[in-house]
Design a protein around this ligand. Structure first.
Ligand SMILES: CC[C@H](C(=O)O)C(=O)SCCNC(=O)CCNC(=O)[C@H](O)C(C)(C)COP(=O)(O)OP(=O)(O)OC[C@H]1O[C@@H](n2cnc3c(N)ncnc32)[C@H](O)[C@@H]1OP(=O)(O)O
Length: 300
């Protein structure tokens, strides 16, 4: 038996592990102990994070703990990391919709868990674990949407900011309640909120633990669109239709668009330009480009 297949498998596996290590914001050098926090989070079970990847390139990720307003238990935090890894390895993906079960989004961390990890080491490790995961979510080469129905509170509000877009249903609410918990955002929601709405509005939303309804979210630029229906099934269909205006087309091109924008958002100008050049090289003369040259579409 030749060892070549095994050698190839090990090389691919090691490449993926190293890539995930490179993608991670925090590692041992920052005092982050991932295996320690994963073991701790595993003790707090309940709920699930469900992922459905569809042939059309759209994935639906469901926060599923409706008895607790989809609050994150420890195992849900672990499952979110696993789902993000799945999405990083899904090469045909174009779009992602994140929503909550029971017609509500997410009520943040499960407060029963928070009480059990209120010491500094566990709290900081959980903070870095969730920042690692949400930063990887934000950088997925997919157009991502948080479908906000009902309440997006605390960490749930932070999760919405890790998506490219937020769509809200009538009567829904985004609220950074952290101040009332004697906290500030810890899942990266503070840094992302400043980049979405600006520092002044971020100070008001965080400092005032303000209730943000769909109308105020639109005016702040925190939400892109208010969906007509507050019905759970109709709202998901409306979110799919809204997203499809950006995800119709070849996955290679859709994914390249998101990568270019991520580079422009996160890198210094010259590095962003070089990254754009590299991404351009992956689509120039590609199948979609050559087919368009034959078709000669009129952009009316
Ligand atoms: C960095 C993130 C940060 C951290 O990790 O420290 C956090 O996210 S801390 C958590 C921040 N979130 C909250 O403080 C929200 C607390 N919940 C509420 O304010 C309300 O539940 C609300 C407004 C979301 C919904 O109110 P409503 O009256 O519609 O429903 P109930 O309050 O009766 O909730 C139903 C049921 O769910 C339980 N619940 C709700 N949220 C949580 C939660 N975050 N952790 C644990 N359990 C939660 C609530 O207790 C009810 O259960 P019951 O057994 O019937 O009492």
């Amino acid at each position: 038996m030749t060892l070549a297949p095994w050698k190839n498998f090990l090389q691919i596996t090691m490449k993926r592990i190293l890539q995930q290590r490179r993608l991670s914001l925090y590692n041992g050098a920052h005092g982050y102990e991932e295996e320690l926090i994963k073991k701790k989070l595993q003790q707090f079970s309940g709920g699930s994070i469900n992922l459905s990847k569809e042939d059309n390139g759209i994935a639906i990720l469901t926060l599923n703990n409706p008895k607790l307003m989809n609050a994150f238990t420890g195992t849900m935090m672990l499952e979110l990391q696993e789902r993000v890894t799945e999405l990083e390895n899904w090469k045909d993906g174009k779009g992602l919709i994140i929503h909550g079960a029971g017609n509500t989004f997410c009520s943040g961390s499960d407060l029963n868990v928070v009480k059990q990890i209120s010491n500094s080491q566990d709290g900081m490790n959980m903070c870095m674990f969730m920042q690692n995961t949400l930063t990887r979510l934000m950088r997925l080469p997919l157009f991502s949407v948080a479908l906000v129905q009902g309440k997006a509170f605390g960490g749930g509000a932070e999760l919405t900011t890790a998506c490219d877009f937020r769509l809200m249903t009538p009567g829904s609410e985004i609220r950074f309640v952290h101040k009332h918990m004697g906290l500030v955002p810890g899942w990266g929601g503070g840094a992302r909120l400043v980049r979405i709405v600006g520092s002044g509005a971020a100070l008001q939303l965080l400092g005032g633990a303000a209730r943000v309804d769909p109308e105020r979210a639109l005016s702040l630029g925190l939400s892109e669109h208010t969906l007509p229906s507050s019905d759970e099934t109709s709202a998901l269909g409306e979110a799919r239709a809204w997203l499809s205006q950006y995800t119709d087309g070849p996955a290679t091109v859709i994914r390249a668009v998101k990568k270019v924008v991520t580079a422009g958002r996160e890198l210094p100008l010259e590095a962003a330009l070089r990254t754009e050049k590299d991404i351009f090289g992956t689509v120039w003369g590609g199948p979609a480009n050559l087919q368009a040259l034959v078709r000669r579409p009129k952009h009316k």
